[in-house]
Design a protein around this ligand. Structure first.
Ligand SMILES: [Zn+2]
Length: 137
């Protein structure tokens, strides 16, 4: 397998890149404080390439739009009866706006999710140019 972008042979499956791109080790640190004291610390270090971090990042669901939508509708109903019908209607309009956003957002996010799953399950990455692709057979 060679990279279709740069023709390089430094390629790996996405799964392998994720598994091999993370290394954990133990690091020792020494520090001098302003008062003259010496502090030592042992910590675990994690080395992850930007590429691997990027591959691990799962797309976020559009739950925020749904939360806003529900909040606006609830406030709208409350505002309609407790404050002023016009005020309630305005809030309900805001809720409708978020409802549309949530519906269009969730279908888009499903596409991204599908693409991401395909890339992670069957995709390849090139360590030379950073190109990512899914081989079609
Ligand atoms: Zn490449």
């Amino acid at each position: 397998m060679t990279c279709p972008n740069c023709n390089g042979s430094n390629v790996q499956t996405t799964k392998m890149a994720i598994a091999g791109g993370t290394s954990t080790g133990t690091g020792v640190g020494l520090g001098l404080s302003g008062g003259g004291g010496i502090g030592a610390g042992i910590g675990r270090t994690r080395n992850e390439s930007v590429l691997v971090k990027d591959l691990k990042k799962e797309p976020e669901p559009p739950y925020l739009n749904w939360a806003c939508c529900v909040t606006f509708f609830a406030l709208g109903i409350w505002g309609y009866s407790s404050i002023h019908p016009l005020f309630g209607c305005l809030l309900l309009l805001g809720g409708i706006q978020y409802l549309f956003k949530a519906i269009t957002g969730s279908s888009k996010s499903r596409e991204i999710q599908q693409e991401w799953t395909e890339q992670t399950e069957r995709g390849w990455v090139c360590h030379q140019c950073g190109h990512r692709w899914v081989p079609r057979s």
